[in-house]
Design a protein around this ligand. Structure first.
Ligand SMILES: [Zn+2]
Ligand SMILES: [Zn+2]
Length: 155
């Protein structure tokens, strides 16, 4: 087994197509709009600015604790399956030994329940980058930072 195991993790979007995020600096939650893959409106950025506190961070440092747990859980069940197949392959080639694949073979990694994504928060569009709307808690709309350039605006 020398292949890299890649596990695509599907994170749920809310009804408007927004993904929940947590700022690594202020640890508050907001949501950004999840563009379709290949969407020409997507800005290529090396960092995003927190709409709530304005502090920038890498594009992949915005996971909520629930999303990390969910991702690890999904990876676990996939690894479980791959390992089960590899063990079955190993025994298949041994002469004089019959291996009956056991459907119950499991490393006992729990498959997580699907994450639920409530349709909360308010959509705000930065005037400087209107193609990158975000959702913030209603109490924060008087001062929001643009996700792309960090410019503050009031919704
Ligand atoms: Zn923040
Ligand atoms: Zn902007």
């Amino acid at each position: 087994m020398d292949e890299e195991i890649r596990v695509p993790v599907e994170l749920p979007l809310d009804e408007d197509g927004y993904l929940r995020r947590e700022c690594p600096s202020c640890e508050n939650e907001f949501k950004w709009f999840s563009h379709e893959e290949g969407d020409p409106n997507v800005e290529a950025v090396s960092q995003y600015f927190c709409p709530l506190c304005g502090v920038p961070a890498d594009p992949d440092s915005w996971w909520t604790p629930e999303q990390i747990e969910y991702g690890l859980g999904s990876a676990g069940s996939e690894i479980d399956r791959v390992v089960g197949d590899a063990v079955a392959d190993m025994f298949k080639d041994m002469k004089g030994f019959t291996f009956k694949p056991n459907a119950d073979f499991s490393l006992d990694i729990e498959t997580p329940d699907a994450l639920a994504e409530p349709n909360d928060m308010v959509i705000v569009e930065p005037p400087c980058h209107p193609q990158e709307p975000v959702k913030v808690p209603e109490t924060s709309i008087s001062r929001v930072h643009c996700l792309i350039c960090g410019t503050p605006f009031a919704a």
